[in-house]
Ligand binder design. Structure first.
Ligand SMILES: O=C(O)c1ccccc1N[C@@H]1O[C@H](COP(=O)(O)O)[C@@H](O)[C@H]1O
Length: 220
């Protein structure tokens, strides 16, 4: 029997990989808490700085704007931080804890560090970031040889983190869909969830109906 560890009404949803003004409208209408903008050229969700700025400016008050970056250098941080109105940086590369601290200091923004899980041995990496990042994104490790370090629609065994909590806020990601997110929340106790490919009709193409269904399933 599945254990209910938290009331689901308070669950906050992040929809990642927005590319069009219609995406922003759909995410806001659905009631998501965060929208993610992907700066990673290999991704079908990649946006440039001008696109990202326009999307961020279209976001209503209360929808937090997150820039997803993969091993960004200082020049990239300065450019994105200077030109795009943001509420948070998501680091989705191999950034060590010291770099997370540098990114926080340089941008003045809270940082969410993604940590990929496949087995119980990967859990220790979360502890290494819990004291330095503002939030942890608990994601699946990418498949061997994948082009993308995330956004692959691949999950992990949620039982690895069932009943766990960390000293900083955390978000569950990896292979979530409108059909499985409620079970994922029940099993892990996640108070926040993040999705990209599970609310698309094709890679990089967000689907407004799937976005609404995902938020409903996560929050009802
Ligand atoms: O979405 C992407 O294209 C992406 C590219 C590079 C790094 C991370 C990326 N996405 C992040 O991964 C999670 C999980 O994705 P999915 O739901 O399994 O497709 C996503 O929410 C983004 O935070």
């Amino acid at each position: 029997m599945l254990r209910v560890t938290r009331p689901r009404m308070g669950v906050r949803v992040k929809i990642c990989g927005l590319r069009t003004p219609d995406d922003v409208t759909a995410v806001a209408a659905a009631g998501a808490a965060y929208m993610g903008l992907v700066f990673f050229p290999k991704s079908p969700r990649n946006v440039d700085v001008d696109q990202a700025r326009a999307l961020a400016l279209a976001a209503p008050v209360g929808l937090a704007k997150v820039a997803l970056l993969v091993n960004p250098d200082d020049a990239m941080l300065d450019r994105i931080g200077g030109e795009v109105p943001l509420d948070m940086i998501q680091l989705h590369g191999s950034e060590p804890p010291v770099r997370v601290a540098e990114v926080r200091a340089r941008t003045g923004l809270p940082v969410m560090k993604a940590v990929g899980l496949r087995t119980a041995d990967d859990l220790a990496r979360i502890d290494a970031y819990a004291g330095v990042a503002d939030q942890i994104l608990v994601d699946a490790k990418p498949p061997e040889g994948a082009d993308l370090p995330g956004g692959n629609g691949v999950g992990f065994d949620w039982r690895l983190i069932a009943g766990r909590d960390w000293t900083c806020p955390w978000m569950l990601a990896g292979g979530l869909t409108p059909d499985n997110v409620a079970e994922a929340i029940r099993l892990t106790g996640a108070a926040q969830v993040d999705v990209s490919s599970g609310v698309e009709s094709a890679p990089g193409m967000k689907d407004a109906a799937r976005i609404a269904a995902f938020v409903d399933a996560a929050t009802v």
